[in-house]
Write a protein that binds this ligand. Structure first.
Ligand SMILES: [Zn+2]
Length: 80
């Protein structure tokens, strides 16, 4: 049995990332460090932001902790 799980979060380039965050009105919050990781509650900034989870039409951000990414992957039903 393979234990390695492919992380299904699209590679995000900085410009896309800004656009996605802007679309959801979260870009200012990111700059002001007002966003927290959906899984571990770590403060998210441009350095450790590594993914998104969309739930009930709102965007949640994920830090670069592998556990959080795994959590995000299991939550992501739709890709952005
Ligand atoms: Zn986290």
């Amino acid at each position: 049995m393979m234990k390695i799980k492919k992380v299904n979060i699209p590679a995000i380039h900085d410009k896309d990332l800004e656009k996605i965050l802007s679309d959801y009105g979260l870009y200012d919050d990111l700059i002001k460090k007002k966003l927290n990781c959906f899984n571990c509650n770590e403060i998210i900034d441009i350095e450790n932001l590594s993914g998104f989870v969309v739930e009930d039409n709102s965007l949640n951000v994920i830090c670069n902790n592998p556990d959080c990414l795994a959590h995000a992957t299991s939550k992501n039903n739709e890709s952005i």
